[in-house]
Ligand binder design. Structure first.
Ligand code: ADP
Length: 539
Protein backbone atom coordinates (compact mmCIF):
# COMPACT_ATOMS: atom_id res chain seq x y z
CA UNK A 1 0.00 0.00 0.00
CA UNK A 2 1.29 3.52 -0.75
CA UNK A 3 1.84 6.12 1.96
CA UNK A 4 3.37 3.64 4.37
CA UNK A 5 6.68 3.79 6.21
CA UNK A 6 9.77 2.31 4.57
CA UNK A 7 10.18 -1.38 4.99
CA UNK A 8 13.71 -1.03 6.34
CA UNK A 9 15.04 -4.01 8.29
CA UNK A 10 16.29 -3.64 11.84
CA UNK A 11 19.99 -4.42 11.60
CA UNK A 12 22.83 -4.14 14.13
CA UNK A 13 25.10 -2.70 11.44
CA UNK A 14 23.12 0.52 11.58
CA UNK A 15 24.20 1.26 15.18
CA UNK A 16 27.83 0.44 14.48
CA UNK A 17 27.85 2.87 11.56
CA UNK A 18 26.04 5.59 13.44
CA UNK A 19 28.30 5.48 16.50
CA UNK A 20 31.47 5.17 14.43
CA UNK A 21 30.56 8.30 12.49
CA UNK A 22 29.00 10.42 15.23
CA UNK A 23 31.22 9.64 18.19
CA UNK A 24 34.63 8.80 16.66
CA UNK A 25 36.61 10.11 19.61
CA UNK A 26 34.62 8.30 22.31
CA UNK A 27 36.76 5.78 24.20
CA UNK A 28 36.70 2.01 24.52
CA UNK A 29 39.05 0.95 27.32
CA UNK A 30 40.30 -2.56 28.09
CA UNK A 31 42.10 -3.65 31.24
CA UNK A 32 45.17 -5.67 30.23
CA UNK A 33 47.86 -7.50 32.15
CA UNK A 34 50.13 -4.50 32.01
CA UNK A 35 47.63 -1.65 32.42
CA UNK A 36 44.91 -0.26 30.17
CA UNK A 37 44.56 -0.34 26.39
CA UNK A 38 42.55 2.54 24.95
CA UNK A 39 41.15 3.25 21.56
CA UNK A 40 38.23 5.14 20.12
CA UNK A 41 34.95 4.39 18.38
CA UNK A 42 36.70 5.62 15.24
CA UNK A 43 39.30 2.84 15.63
CA UNK A 44 36.57 0.39 16.58
CA UNK A 45 34.62 1.23 13.44
CA UNK A 46 37.67 0.77 11.20
CA UNK A 47 38.73 -2.47 12.83
CA UNK A 48 35.23 -3.93 12.62
CA UNK A 49 35.16 -3.25 8.88
CA UNK A 50 38.56 -4.90 8.53
CA UNK A 51 37.30 -7.85 10.53
CA UNK A 52 34.50 -8.27 7.98
CA UNK A 53 37.07 -8.35 5.14
CA UNK A 54 38.98 -10.96 7.13
CA UNK A 55 35.88 -13.12 7.60
CA UNK A 56 35.34 -13.05 3.86
CA UNK A 57 38.96 -14.16 3.34
CA UNK A 58 38.43 -17.03 5.76
CA UNK A 59 35.56 -18.05 3.50
CA UNK A 60 32.92 -17.46 6.16
CA UNK A 61 29.49 -17.31 4.54
CA UNK A 62 26.26 -15.64 5.57
CA UNK A 63 24.58 -17.70 8.30
CA UNK A 64 27.81 -19.50 9.32
CA UNK A 65 28.53 -19.77 13.00
CA UNK A 66 31.65 -17.93 14.16
CA UNK A 67 32.55 -18.64 17.78
CA UNK A 68 34.38 -16.65 20.44
CA UNK A 69 36.09 -18.06 23.51
CA UNK A 70 37.13 -14.91 25.23
CA UNK A 71 37.08 -12.56 28.19
CA UNK A 72 35.61 -9.07 27.92
CA UNK A 73 37.87 -6.87 25.79
CA UNK A 74 37.91 -4.64 22.74
CA UNK A 75 38.52 -7.43 20.24
CA UNK A 76 35.58 -9.38 21.61
CA UNK A 77 33.47 -6.26 21.20
CA UNK A 78 34.61 -6.06 17.56
CA UNK A 79 33.26 -9.60 17.08
CA UNK A 80 29.99 -8.58 18.78
CA UNK A 81 29.13 -6.17 15.99
CA UNK A 82 31.43 -7.30 13.19
CA UNK A 83 30.26 -10.89 12.89
CA UNK A 84 26.50 -10.21 12.72
CA UNK A 85 26.94 -7.14 10.49
CA UNK A 86 28.86 -9.39 8.11
CA UNK A 87 25.85 -11.72 8.09
CA UNK A 88 27.39 -14.52 10.16
CA UNK A 89 26.25 -15.63 13.63
CA UNK A 90 28.38 -14.96 16.71
CA UNK A 91 28.41 -17.95 19.05
CA UNK A 92 29.81 -16.86 22.41
CA UNK A 93 31.35 -19.85 24.19
CA UNK A 94 31.43 -19.96 27.97
CA UNK A 95 35.08 -20.44 28.90
CA UNK A 96 34.21 -22.04 32.23
CA UNK A 97 32.08 -24.87 30.84
CA UNK A 98 33.12 -28.49 31.27
CA UNK A 99 34.98 -29.66 28.16
CA UNK A 100 32.29 -32.17 27.17
CA UNK A 101 29.69 -29.42 27.03
CA UNK A 102 32.00 -27.12 25.13
CA UNK A 103 32.69 -29.77 22.49
CA UNK A 104 28.97 -30.50 22.29
CA UNK A 105 28.17 -26.82 21.67
CA UNK A 106 30.87 -26.30 19.02
CA UNK A 107 29.59 -29.34 17.12
CA UNK A 108 25.89 -28.83 17.69
CA UNK A 109 26.11 -25.23 16.50
CA UNK A 110 28.45 -26.27 13.69
CA UNK A 111 31.01 -23.53 14.38
CA UNK A 112 33.34 -22.95 11.42
CA UNK A 113 35.83 -20.55 13.01
CA UNK A 114 36.77 -19.90 16.64
CA UNK A 115 38.30 -16.64 17.84
CA UNK A 116 40.13 -17.52 21.04
CA UNK A 117 42.09 -15.57 23.63
CA UNK A 118 45.68 -16.80 23.40
CA UNK A 119 45.82 -17.78 27.10
CA UNK A 120 42.64 -19.87 26.63
CA UNK A 121 43.92 -21.85 23.67
CA UNK A 122 44.76 -24.82 25.90
CA UNK A 123 41.02 -25.38 26.37
CA UNK A 124 40.59 -25.99 22.65
CA UNK A 125 43.74 -28.10 22.50
CA UNK A 126 42.03 -30.46 24.93
CA UNK A 127 38.96 -30.96 22.75
CA UNK A 128 40.79 -30.74 19.45
CA UNK A 129 40.01 -34.27 18.31
CA UNK A 130 36.34 -33.79 19.04
CA UNK A 131 35.70 -30.65 16.97
CA UNK A 132 36.65 -31.63 13.42
CA UNK A 133 34.23 -29.16 11.82
CA UNK A 134 36.25 -26.11 12.93
CA UNK A 135 38.21 -24.83 9.93
CA UNK A 136 40.14 -21.92 11.41
CA UNK A 137 41.38 -20.82 14.81
CA UNK A 138 42.17 -17.17 15.31
CA UNK A 139 44.22 -16.16 18.36
CA UNK A 140 43.48 -12.84 20.05
CA UNK A 141 46.46 -11.49 21.95
CA UNK A 142 47.07 -8.47 24.10
CA UNK A 143 49.69 -6.21 22.56
CA UNK A 144 53.09 -7.77 23.27
CA UNK A 145 51.66 -11.11 24.40
CA UNK A 146 53.51 -13.98 22.63
CA UNK A 147 51.77 -16.18 20.12
CA UNK A 148 51.01 -19.41 22.01
CA UNK A 149 52.46 -22.75 20.95
CA UNK A 150 49.77 -24.72 19.21
CA UNK A 151 49.20 -28.01 17.49
CA UNK A 152 46.56 -26.25 15.35
CA UNK A 153 47.43 -23.97 12.48
CA UNK A 154 46.80 -20.70 14.24
CA UNK A 155 46.02 -17.31 12.72
CA UNK A 156 46.88 -14.11 14.53
CA UNK A 157 43.95 -11.70 14.85
CA UNK A 158 46.09 -8.64 14.28
CA UNK A 159 47.71 -10.18 11.18
CA UNK A 160 44.26 -10.89 9.86
CA UNK A 161 43.17 -7.29 10.32
CA UNK A 162 46.44 -5.94 8.95
CA UNK A 163 46.06 -8.03 5.80
CA UNK A 164 43.52 -5.58 4.41
CA UNK A 165 44.04 -1.88 3.82
CA UNK A 166 40.37 -1.38 3.19
CA UNK A 167 38.58 0.34 6.07
CA UNK A 168 35.17 -0.01 4.48
CA UNK A 169 33.33 -3.26 4.01
CA UNK A 170 30.22 -3.33 1.84
CA UNK A 171 27.83 -4.73 4.44
CA UNK A 172 25.17 -7.05 3.03
CA UNK A 173 21.49 -6.18 3.11
CA UNK A 174 20.12 -8.66 5.62
CA UNK A 175 16.53 -9.39 6.49
CA UNK A 176 15.80 -8.47 10.09
CA UNK A 177 15.00 -12.06 10.97
CA UNK A 178 18.49 -13.12 9.90
CA UNK A 179 20.33 -14.87 12.73
CA UNK A 180 22.87 -12.61 14.45
CA UNK A 181 23.96 -14.37 17.63
CA UNK A 182 23.78 -17.62 19.49
CA UNK A 183 24.15 -18.58 23.14
CA UNK A 184 23.74 -21.84 24.98
CA UNK A 185 22.08 -21.95 28.35
CA UNK A 186 24.10 -23.60 31.07
CA UNK A 187 21.51 -24.10 33.77
CA UNK A 188 20.00 -27.28 32.39
CA UNK A 189 20.39 -30.94 33.07
CA UNK A 190 21.61 -32.82 30.02
CA UNK A 191 23.24 -31.04 27.11
CA UNK A 192 23.14 -27.22 26.92
CA UNK A 193 20.32 -25.76 24.79
CA UNK A 194 21.02 -23.30 21.99
CA UNK A 195 19.19 -20.02 21.47
CA UNK A 196 19.49 -18.09 18.20
CA UNK A 197 19.01 -14.33 18.31
CA UNK A 198 17.97 -12.35 15.27
CA UNK A 199 18.99 -8.83 14.28
CA UNK A 200 15.44 -7.82 15.08
CA UNK A 201 15.43 -9.33 18.57
CA UNK A 202 18.78 -7.76 19.49
CA UNK A 203 17.82 -4.35 18.05
CA UNK A 204 14.51 -4.25 19.90
CA UNK A 205 16.23 -5.39 23.09
CA UNK A 206 18.68 -2.50 22.59
CA UNK A 207 15.85 0.01 22.52
CA UNK A 208 14.31 -1.58 25.59
CA UNK A 209 17.58 -1.15 27.51
CA UNK A 210 17.79 2.50 26.48
CA UNK A 211 14.37 3.34 27.90
CA UNK A 212 14.32 5.69 30.86
CA UNK A 213 12.20 3.12 32.70
CA UNK A 214 14.86 0.45 32.29
CA UNK A 215 18.65 0.99 32.14
CA UNK A 216 18.34 4.37 30.40
CA UNK A 217 21.51 3.81 28.36
CA UNK A 218 22.74 7.01 26.74
CA UNK A 219 25.74 8.55 25.05
CA UNK A 220 26.60 10.16 28.40
CA UNK A 221 27.12 6.78 30.06
CA UNK A 222 30.27 4.89 30.84
CA UNK A 223 29.52 1.20 30.97
CA UNK A 224 31.69 -1.17 32.98
CA UNK A 225 30.95 -4.47 31.25
CA UNK A 226 31.29 -6.85 34.19
CA UNK A 227 28.86 -9.54 32.97
CA UNK A 228 30.92 -11.99 30.92
CA UNK A 229 30.29 -11.40 27.23
CA UNK A 230 29.71 -15.16 26.95
CA UNK A 231 26.77 -15.01 29.36
CA UNK A 232 23.49 -14.23 27.57
CA UNK A 233 24.91 -11.50 25.29
CA UNK A 234 26.56 -9.87 28.30
CA UNK A 235 22.90 -9.07 29.16
CA UNK A 236 22.68 -7.01 25.98
CA UNK A 237 24.69 -4.21 27.56
CA UNK A 238 27.60 -4.16 25.07
CA UNK A 239 25.10 -3.99 22.20
CA UNK A 240 23.13 -1.17 23.80
CA UNK A 241 26.24 0.80 24.77
CA UNK A 242 27.61 0.75 21.21
CA UNK A 243 24.17 1.71 19.90
CA UNK A 244 24.19 4.82 22.07
CA UNK A 245 27.88 5.63 21.67
CA UNK A 246 28.56 5.24 25.40
CA UNK A 247 32.11 4.98 26.67
CA UNK A 248 32.83 1.30 27.36
CA UNK A 249 35.22 -0.16 29.93
CA UNK A 250 36.10 -3.84 29.58
CA UNK A 251 37.70 -5.68 32.50
CA UNK A 252 39.82 -8.17 30.51
CA UNK A 253 40.92 -11.53 31.91
CA UNK A 254 40.07 -12.71 35.43
CA UNK A 255 39.03 -9.41 36.99
CA UNK A 256 38.92 -9.42 40.78
CA UNK A 257 36.54 -7.26 42.85
CA UNK A 258 39.36 -4.82 43.67
CA UNK A 259 40.06 -4.40 39.93
CA UNK A 260 36.41 -3.55 39.31
CA UNK A 261 36.46 -1.01 42.13
CA UNK A 262 39.58 0.59 40.70
CA UNK A 263 38.09 0.81 37.20
CA UNK A 264 34.89 2.41 38.49
CA UNK A 265 36.88 5.19 40.13
CA UNK A 266 39.50 5.68 37.43
CA UNK A 267 37.15 5.63 34.41
CA UNK A 268 34.21 7.39 36.14
CA UNK A 269 31.82 4.51 35.44
CA UNK A 270 28.10 5.34 35.47
CA UNK A 271 26.49 1.93 34.96
CA UNK A 272 27.35 -1.75 35.38
CA UNK A 273 25.53 -5.05 35.67
CA UNK A 274 26.35 -8.20 37.58
CA UNK A 275 25.02 -11.24 39.43
CA UNK A 276 24.59 -10.85 43.21
CA UNK A 277 27.93 -12.52 43.99
CA UNK A 278 29.64 -9.68 42.07
CA UNK A 279 28.01 -7.06 44.26
CA UNK A 280 28.83 -9.05 47.41
CA UNK A 281 32.49 -9.17 46.32
CA UNK A 282 32.63 -5.52 45.26
CA UNK A 283 31.17 -4.37 48.56
CA UNK A 284 33.86 -6.22 50.49
CA UNK A 285 36.58 -4.79 48.24
CA UNK A 286 35.28 -1.26 48.80
CA UNK A 287 35.08 -1.88 52.55
CA UNK A 288 38.75 -2.82 52.52
CA UNK A 289 39.85 0.01 50.23
CA UNK A 290 37.29 2.76 49.69
CA UNK A 291 37.05 4.26 46.19
CA UNK A 292 35.21 7.24 44.74
CA UNK A 293 31.85 5.97 43.50
CA UNK A 294 30.30 9.37 42.84
CA UNK A 295 30.07 8.79 39.07
CA UNK A 296 27.80 5.74 39.41
CA UNK A 297 24.13 6.29 38.60
CA UNK A 298 22.96 2.67 38.80
CA UNK A 299 24.03 -0.92 39.14
CA UNK A 300 21.87 -3.66 37.66
CA UNK A 301 21.54 -7.03 39.32
CA UNK A 302 20.07 -10.13 37.70
CA UNK A 303 20.80 -13.81 37.24
CA UNK A 304 19.87 -14.74 40.81
CA UNK A 305 17.74 -13.05 43.43
CA UNK A 306 19.40 -10.05 45.03
CA UNK A 307 19.48 -10.26 48.83
CA UNK A 308 17.41 -7.28 49.92
CA UNK A 309 19.84 -6.54 52.73
CA UNK A 310 22.63 -6.02 50.23
CA UNK A 311 20.50 -3.70 48.13
CA UNK A 312 19.77 -1.64 51.27
CA UNK A 313 23.44 -1.58 52.24
CA UNK A 314 24.48 -0.22 48.84
CA UNK A 315 21.80 2.43 48.99
CA UNK A 316 22.33 3.54 52.59
CA UNK A 317 26.10 3.23 52.92
CA UNK A 318 27.31 3.91 49.40
CA UNK A 319 24.41 5.94 48.00
CA UNK A 320 24.10 3.54 45.05
CA UNK A 321 20.83 2.42 43.53
CA UNK A 322 20.80 -1.24 42.57
CA UNK A 323 17.97 -2.14 40.21
CA UNK A 324 16.90 -5.73 39.89
CA UNK A 325 16.08 -7.27 36.53
CA UNK A 326 15.02 -10.74 35.55
CA UNK A 327 15.80 -12.61 32.40
CA UNK A 328 17.13 -15.75 30.79
CA UNK A 329 19.39 -16.71 27.91
CA UNK A 330 16.08 -17.54 26.21
CA UNK A 331 14.84 -13.95 26.63
CA UNK A 332 17.93 -12.16 25.17
CA UNK A 333 17.96 -11.76 28.33
CA UNK A 334 16.26 -8.77 29.99
CA UNK A 335 12.50 -9.23 30.33
CA UNK A 336 11.37 -7.67 33.63
CA UNK A 337 12.72 -4.88 35.78
CA UNK A 338 11.84 -3.70 39.25
CA UNK A 339 11.34 0.03 39.07
CA UNK A 340 8.93 1.82 41.37
CA UNK A 341 5.72 3.24 39.96
CA UNK A 342 5.31 6.96 40.59
CA UNK A 343 2.48 6.34 43.01
CA UNK A 344 4.94 4.35 45.18
CA UNK A 345 7.23 7.35 45.59
CA UNK A 346 5.58 8.31 48.86
CA UNK A 347 5.58 4.82 50.33
CA UNK A 348 7.84 4.12 53.28
CA UNK A 349 11.42 3.12 52.47
CA UNK A 350 10.64 -0.30 53.82
CA UNK A 351 7.74 -0.77 51.39
CA UNK A 352 9.86 0.53 48.52
CA UNK A 353 12.64 -1.95 49.22
CA UNK A 354 10.04 -4.73 49.39
CA UNK A 355 9.05 -3.85 45.81
CA UNK A 356 12.63 -3.39 44.61
CA UNK A 357 13.58 -6.80 46.00
CA UNK A 358 11.08 -8.32 43.56
CA UNK A 359 11.98 -9.04 39.95
CA UNK A 360 9.58 -6.45 38.64
CA UNK A 361 7.21 -5.69 35.80
CA UNK A 362 7.65 -6.68 32.16
CA UNK A 363 9.39 -4.33 29.74
CA UNK A 364 7.15 -2.97 27.00
CA UNK A 365 7.13 -5.71 24.38
CA UNK A 366 7.30 -8.61 26.81
CA UNK A 367 4.08 -10.30 27.95
CA UNK A 368 3.92 -12.57 30.94
CA UNK A 369 1.46 -14.87 32.66
CA UNK A 370 1.69 -17.10 35.71
CA UNK A 371 -0.08 -20.45 35.61
CA UNK A 372 -0.73 -23.43 37.87
CA UNK A 373 0.00 -27.04 37.00
CA UNK A 374 -3.15 -27.22 34.84
CA UNK A 375 -2.16 -24.15 32.82
CA UNK A 376 -4.76 -21.93 34.56
CA UNK A 377 -3.70 -18.41 35.53
CA UNK A 378 -3.14 -18.08 39.28
CA UNK A 379 -4.60 -15.43 41.59
CA UNK A 380 -2.71 -12.13 41.32
CA UNK A 381 -2.37 -11.83 45.09
CA UNK A 382 1.39 -11.82 45.62
CA UNK A 383 1.12 -15.13 47.50
CA UNK A 384 -0.04 -17.89 45.20
CA UNK A 385 2.86 -19.51 43.37
CA UNK A 386 2.84 -20.63 39.76
CA UNK A 387 5.09 -21.04 36.76
CA UNK A 388 6.15 -17.90 34.93
CA UNK A 389 5.57 -17.97 31.18
CA UNK A 390 6.58 -15.25 28.74
CA UNK A 391 6.32 -14.28 25.10
CA UNK A 392 7.52 -11.40 22.96
CA UNK A 393 9.82 -10.37 20.11
CA UNK A 394 13.00 -11.10 22.10
CA UNK A 395 11.80 -14.42 23.56
CA UNK A 396 12.96 -17.59 21.82
CA UNK A 397 10.41 -19.50 19.75
CA UNK A 398 12.31 -22.74 20.22
CA UNK A 399 15.77 -24.09 20.99
CA UNK A 400 18.04 -24.70 18.04
CA UNK A 401 17.66 -28.25 16.76
CA UNK A 402 16.53 -29.71 20.08
CA UNK A 403 14.15 -32.49 20.99
CA UNK A 404 13.26 -30.77 24.27
CA UNK A 405 11.20 -28.06 22.58
CA UNK A 406 7.87 -29.81 23.12
CA UNK A 407 8.07 -29.43 26.90
CA UNK A 408 9.41 -25.87 26.80
CA UNK A 409 6.31 -24.22 25.33
CA UNK A 410 2.60 -24.10 26.15
CA UNK A 411 0.10 -22.50 23.75
CA UNK A 412 2.74 -20.21 22.26
CA UNK A 413 4.16 -19.20 25.65
CA UNK A 414 7.71 -19.99 26.70
CA UNK A 415 7.78 -21.93 29.97
CA UNK A 416 10.54 -20.41 32.07
CA UNK A 417 10.72 -23.10 34.75
CA UNK A 418 10.72 -20.30 37.33
CA UNK A 419 8.17 -20.38 40.13
CA UNK A 420 6.88 -16.92 41.01
CA UNK A 421 4.13 -14.95 42.69
CA UNK A 422 2.41 -12.07 40.93
CA UNK A 423 1.16 -9.16 43.03
CA UNK A 424 -1.83 -6.92 42.31
CA UNK A 425 0.52 -4.22 40.93
CA UNK A 426 1.88 -6.68 38.34
CA UNK A 427 5.31 -7.31 39.92
CA UNK A 428 6.65 -10.84 39.79
CA UNK A 429 8.66 -12.27 42.65
CA UNK A 430 10.84 -15.29 41.93
CA UNK A 431 10.41 -17.99 44.52
CA UNK A 432 12.65 -20.57 42.88
CA UNK A 433 13.52 -22.51 39.82
CA UNK A 434 11.11 -25.45 39.71
CA UNK A 435 13.95 -27.86 40.31
CA UNK A 436 15.29 -25.92 43.31
CA UNK A 437 12.02 -25.64 45.28
CA UNK A 438 12.03 -27.62 48.49
CA UNK A 439 8.95 -29.86 48.41
CA UNK A 440 8.28 -30.58 52.07
CA UNK A 441 5.23 -32.69 52.91
CA UNK A 442 3.33 -31.55 49.82
CA UNK A 443 4.06 -27.85 50.48
CA UNK A 444 6.64 -25.69 48.73
CA UNK A 445 9.43 -23.87 50.50
CA UNK A 446 11.19 -21.10 48.56
CA UNK A 447 14.93 -21.64 48.84
CA UNK A 448 15.43 -18.08 47.52
CA UNK A 449 13.40 -16.56 50.37
CA UNK A 450 15.28 -18.61 52.93
CA UNK A 451 18.64 -17.63 51.46
CA UNK A 452 17.74 -13.97 51.55
CA UNK A 453 16.53 -14.22 55.12
CA UNK A 454 19.82 -15.87 56.15
CA UNK A 455 21.94 -13.37 54.22
CA UNK A 456 20.32 -10.59 56.22
CA UNK A 457 22.28 -11.86 59.24
CA UNK A 458 25.17 -9.48 59.84
CA UNK A 459 27.73 -12.28 60.20
CA UNK A 460 26.72 -13.99 56.93
CA UNK A 461 28.34 -13.38 53.56
CA UNK A 462 26.71 -16.08 51.39
CA UNK A 463 23.89 -18.55 51.98
CA UNK A 464 22.57 -21.26 49.73
CA UNK A 465 19.60 -23.51 50.52
CA UNK A 466 19.08 -26.89 48.91
CA UNK A 467 16.60 -29.72 49.34
CA UNK A 468 17.84 -32.92 50.93
CA UNK A 469 15.90 -36.17 51.00
CA UNK A 470 13.75 -36.79 54.08
CA UNK A 471 12.00 -40.05 54.91
CA UNK A 472 8.84 -38.46 56.23
CA UNK A 473 8.58 -35.07 54.50
CA UNK A 474 10.14 -36.15 51.21
CA UNK A 475 12.44 -33.10 51.19
CA UNK A 476 13.72 -30.70 53.83
CA UNK A 477 15.84 -27.55 53.49
CA UNK A 478 19.53 -27.60 54.28
CA UNK A 479 21.37 -24.29 54.58
CA UNK A 480 24.99 -23.98 53.45
CA UNK A 481 26.39 -20.76 54.87
CA UNK A 482 29.63 -18.86 54.34
CA UNK A 483 30.22 -16.39 57.19
CA UNK A 484 32.00 -13.09 56.54
CA UNK A 485 35.70 -13.94 57.03
CA UNK A 486 36.03 -12.17 60.39
CA UNK A 487 33.22 -14.35 61.84
CA UNK A 488 34.50 -17.70 60.58
CA UNK A 489 34.22 -20.21 63.44
CA UNK A 490 32.29 -17.65 65.48
CA UNK A 491 28.76 -18.29 64.36
CA UNK A 492 26.57 -21.24 65.27
CA UNK A 493 23.73 -23.18 63.72
CA UNK A 494 21.42 -22.11 66.56
CA UNK A 495 22.25 -18.46 66.00
CA UNK A 496 21.07 -18.78 62.40
CA UNK A 497 17.93 -20.69 63.32
CA UNK A 498 17.05 -18.19 66.06
CA UNK A 499 17.57 -15.33 63.63
CA UNK A 500 15.22 -17.00 61.15
CA UNK A 501 12.59 -17.89 63.73
CA UNK A 502 10.70 -14.60 63.56
CA UNK A 503 11.24 -14.13 59.86
CA UNK A 504 9.98 -17.29 58.19
CA UNK A 505 7.29 -19.89 58.95
CA UNK A 506 8.40 -22.46 61.54
CA UNK A 507 8.17 -25.36 59.12
CA UNK A 508 10.50 -23.54 56.73
CA UNK A 509 13.38 -23.58 59.23
CA UNK A 510 16.32 -25.53 57.75
CA UNK A 511 16.89 -28.92 59.34
CA UNK A 512 20.58 -28.19 59.49
CA UNK A 513 23.10 -25.44 58.80
CA UNK A 514 26.51 -26.29 57.39
CA UNK A 515 29.30 -23.73 57.46
CA UNK A 516 31.75 -23.39 54.57
CA UNK A 517 34.35 -20.76 53.64
CA UNK A 518 32.71 -20.05 50.31
CA UNK A 519 29.60 -21.32 48.48
CA UNK A 520 30.56 -22.97 45.16
CA UNK A 521 29.60 -20.91 42.07
CA UNK A 522 28.46 -21.84 38.56
CA UNK A 523 30.27 -20.80 35.39
CA UNK A 524 28.37 -17.51 35.45
CA UNK A 525 28.80 -16.79 39.15
CA UNK A 526 25.54 -18.08 40.62
CA UNK A 527 25.40 -20.33 43.69
CA UNK A 528 25.92 -23.84 42.37
CA UNK A 529 23.07 -25.89 43.79
CA UNK A 530 23.85 -28.89 41.61
CA UNK A 531 27.27 -29.31 43.24
CA UNK A 532 25.85 -28.86 46.74
CA UNK A 533 23.01 -31.34 46.12
CA UNK A 534 25.57 -33.89 44.99
CA UNK A 535 27.84 -33.16 47.95
CA UNK A 536 25.12 -33.50 50.58
CA UNK A 537 22.87 -36.07 48.97
CA UNK A 538 23.55 -38.69 51.63
CA UNK A 539 22.78 -36.35 54.48
P1 ADP B 1 21.93 -20.18 33.44
O1 ADP B 1 20.80 -21.09 33.04
O2 ADP B 1 23.23 -20.50 32.89
O3 ADP B 1 21.93 -19.82 34.89
P2 ADP B 1 20.47 -17.87 32.60
O4 ADP B 1 21.08 -16.59 32.91
O5 ADP B 1 19.78 -18.06 31.33
O6 ADP B 1 21.64 -18.86 32.66
O7 ADP B 1 19.51 -18.25 33.79
C1 ADP B 1 18.23 -17.74 33.83
C2 ADP B 1 17.65 -18.02 35.18
O8 ADP B 1 18.28 -17.22 36.17
C3 ADP B 1 16.19 -17.67 35.30
O9 ADP B 1 15.38 -18.71 34.81
C4 ADP B 1 16.05 -17.49 36.80
O10 ADP B 1 15.85 -18.73 37.46
C5 ADP B 1 17.36 -16.94 37.21
N1 ADP B 1 17.26 -15.48 37.38
C6 ADP B 1 17.55 -14.52 36.49
N2 ADP B 1 17.35 -13.29 37.03
C7 ADP B 1 16.93 -13.48 38.29
C8 ADP B 1 16.57 -12.61 39.36
N3 ADP B 1 16.63 -11.28 39.27
N4 ADP B 1 16.18 -13.19 40.51
C9 ADP B 1 16.13 -14.52 40.64
N5 ADP B 1 16.46 -15.39 39.69
C10 ADP B 1 16.86 -14.88 38.52
Amino acid sequence: MQGMMMDSALNLRHYLERSGRLFPSKEIVTRTTGGFARYTYGDYHRRTHRLAHALAKLDVREGDRVASLAWNHGRHLELYYGVPSFGAVLLTLNLRLPLDQLAYIVNHADAKVIFVDAPLLHILEEIKERIPGVRHLVAMREDGQPMPASTFPLIDYEDLLAATRDDLYPWPELGETAAAGMCYTSGTTGNPKGVLYTHRSLCLHNYALAMADSFAFSERDTLLQIVPMFHANGWGMPFAAVMCGSKIVLPGAQPQPADLAEMIERERVTIAGGVPTIWIGLYRAIEEKPVDLSSVRMFVVAGSAMPRQLMETYQRQLGIRIVQAWGMTETTPIATLSVLKSEMRHDTEDDQFAVRAKQGIPLPGVELRVVDECGKEIAQDGETMGELQVRGPWVTSGYYDDARNAEAFQDGWFRTGDVVTLDPEGYIHIMDRTKDLVKSGGEWISSVDLENAIMAHPKVLEACVIAVYHLRWHERPLAVVAPTPQYRGQITRDEILEFLAGRVAKWWLPDDVIFVDSVPKTSVGKFNKKVLREQYKTL
